[in-house]
Design a protein around this ligand. Structure first.
Ligand code: HMG
Ligand code: MG
Length: 315
């Protein structure tokens, strides 16, 4: 008889050439919740973030200081930050999204010490998500980045619609590298390349990372942000690992989407990413069981089961 499987963890077999350590950038409380129609109580958001920190996630994006008219779910951004800021330096690990100077002002007033700016690689989504042209959105993000850096606040950059856009179709590699380079030049410490609607496949990931290298953007300044709409997220992470990327965004319980891109479903589930990385012997410092518990508590609040395959298998 074969030995029983270890309790809830895969056997470890390394694959030659992959990184030995990966940073998971947890986006459940922000990207995960932003598209939820029913308002999630602030205390449940704070508890979710605290659970994720306790699970060992090094970065847990907290919320967005976007227009509360555009995203009512995150209108309690200041209260969420107040609920998690109980130690000096604590907010360094909780970036908040800011779309413009007004958002940065509100983030500063709430004590944020890490922010993220976001620009679409495509024209249509720039207008639908930010009510600006793509060019203006990049300028605004650059201005916000310069102001934040001047105040000693770290800035992450996001590029959305890097693989395909529901209105414009496939997105050219250079449309993405232009925006990434612009964000890094302005002072972002890293750029996360978003597959907002989850249409990318592994070869496209490889080509996009290679296009960045060719454009002078080092691979260690890139993160990858996959939505799992077409079931490609883990294959795409694997392609990213092969290309040398060491930061991946994920959302506990696979919650998420974008209210301004109807075809965006949940983010890659943190639990599923952890299963794969654990099996590959890649260190993350994150406790899978604790993430499962955090995700289960949030899906109970949302009133629906987790789409994470690992959560379903171990739940
Ligand atoms: P607008 O309506 O054009 O704004 O929205 P405006 O500048 O014309 O101002 C209108 C009113 O909004 C004014 O108030 C402003 O003060 C106020 P009034 O004078 O009428 O009383 N206002 C604000 N209030 C609070 N916070 C602010 C703010 N800015 C203006 N920051 C705006 C433009 C950019 C504000 C809007 O389009 C917006 O908030 N967009 C954000 C949408 C969003 O959150 N999308 C999802 C995040 S991106 C994403 O999910 C992708 C990602 O996950 C990666 C991936 O998957 O690809 C990152
Ligand atoms: Mg997203």
């Amino acid at each position: 008889m074969s030995a029983p499987l270890p309790a809830g963890l895969p056997a470890v077999h390394r694959l030659e050439g992959l990184p030995t350590r990966v940073r998971i950038h947890e986006v459940g409380a922000r990207d995960g919740l932003q598209a939820e129609k029913a308002l999630v109580p602030t205390e449940a958001k704070v508890a979710f973030i605290r659970d994720l920190v306790a699970a060992g996630l090094p970065v847990v994006e907290a919320t967005s200081f976007v227009s509360p008219r555009w995203v009512p779910q995150l209108a309690d951004a200041a209260e969420v930050l107040a609920g998690i800021a109980d130690a000096p330096g604590e907010l360094d690990r909780h970036p908040v999204l800011v779309p413009n100077a007004k958002g940065l002002e509100r983030a500063f007033a709430s004590g944020a010490t890490a922010v993220a700016v976001f620009v679409s690689a495509t024209e249509t989504f720039a207008r639908r998500n930010l009510n600006m042209t793509r060019e203006r959105a990049l300028e605004v993000a650059q201005e916000v980045t310069a102001t934040a850096r001047g105040a000693g606040v770290s800035v992450r950059g996001y590029v959305s619609m890097c693989f395909g856009d529901p209105w414009e179709g496939p997105v050219g590699l250079d449309r993405v590298t232009e925006v990434s380079a612009g964000l890094l030049e302005a002072g972002c410490h890293e750029v996360s390349l978003g597959d907002t609607i989850g249409v990318g496949t592994a070869g496209h990931v490889q080509a996009l990372v290679a296009a960045h290298t060719a454009a002078g953007v080092p691979v260690d300044s890139l993160a990858l942000h996959f939505h799992d709409t077409y079931g490609q997220a883990l294959a795409n992470v694997h392609a990213g690992l092969v290309a040398g990327v060491t930061c991946f965004d994920a959302s506990a319980a696979g919650i998420g989407g974008c209210p301004f891109a109807g075809s965006a479903t949940g983010n890659l589930a943190t639990e599923d990413l952890l299963w794969m990385l654990t099996g590959l012997g890649i260190e993350t410092g994150v406790d899978l069981r604790a993430v499962l518990a955090a995700g289960a508590r949030m899906t109970a609040v949302l009133g629906r089961p987790s789409p994470s395959r690992v959560a379903q298998a171990l739940g």
